[in-house]
Unconditional design. Sequence first.
Length: 332
Amino acid sequence: MLAKDIGIDLGTANVLIYIKGQGIVLNEPSVVAIDTDNKRVVAVGHEANEMLGRTPGKVKAIRPLKDGVIADFDITEIMLDYFIKKIHAKNFLSRPRILICCPSNITPVEKNAIKEVAERTGARRVYLEEEPKVAAIGSGMDISKPSGNMVIDIGGGTTDIAVLSLNDIVTSTSVRVAGNVFDQDIIKYVKEKYKLLIGDKTAEEIKIEFANIFDPDKKNKREVRGRDLVTGLPSIIEITETETKEALMESINKIIKAATNVLEQTPPELSADIVDKGIVLTGGGSMLKGLVPLLKQELKVPIFIADSPLTCVAEGTGVLLDNIKLLESERS
C-alpha cells in the first residue's frame, strides 16, 4: 500500500491532521499525561486534556508546545507518533510525506526541531510551511495572483499576521499573544480583583462563552467558581462582560499594534488591495466576541472571519498536498 501524504497543523492548543484524499481525520488537544514516577505515558489528546488540573500528584498533564514551538522535544515526539499511528490504523507499509506548519518568524533552530520531530516519527520527507500562508489558502483566498491578501491567524500560542501575494509572504510578523494568553489574562484578573483562583478550563470557558471586547454590557453577569485565596475554601463570584474586556484589552492591543506594523510595512499597491478585500481572520482566537468590530474600528479596513476558522490551517495543508510539485520546487 502506498504511503499517504499527511498535513499537520501542529498547534499549541490542538493538533489537526489532514490525509490527502480523506480530509481532516484527527483533531485532538496537544496534551500528554505522564506518570512522573516511571515516565510512562498515561494518555494523549482528548483523554489527557480531561486530566488537565485534575490529576493526582504523580500524573502530570503536559502541553509540549508553547507559543507555537516545541517546548518539550521528547513529549512532542511521543504525541505526534501516537497521533500518526492512530490515523494509520497500522496497515501502512511505507513512510508518508508530511507537510507541517510553523509560525512565521520562528528561528532556524525552532524550525529544525519541528522538522526533526516529524522525521523521527517515520516521515519519508518533511516539508515546512509558514502558518499564515497555509491559513490563507485554507480560508479560500487565492494568493497566486499579484494582488495583496492579508490574514490574521490567532491560534493558541501565537498570532501570525501576514500580507501575501504571488504565493508568498510579502511582510509578516508573529506575536506570542493568542488564545492561551487570553486564558491567563482572565485568571490573573480574577485573582487580583477577587482573590479567587480559577483553573485554565474555567478561564477558557469564560473566554469562549462570555467574554466581549467591544461594547460590553455591564449588566450581563456570569458566575465564576474557584478557590478563595484568603480562606482557602471553594467560593463563587460574579463577573461582568465589561470586566472581561478590562482583562483582555492589554493583549488585544498587542495584536492590533502588530497588525498596524504589518500594514505600515506593506507596499502601497498591495495596501490598496487590502482596503478593497479586507482582512481575513483565522484560528480559534478569531472567534472572540467583539473582535471583528474592534479590528474594523482600529485598522480602518473591512474584517471577515473565515468560514471554518478552527480548521483553516489543516485544510490549507490539503490544498498544498494536492500541489506537492510546488512544495518540491520550493524545497529545491
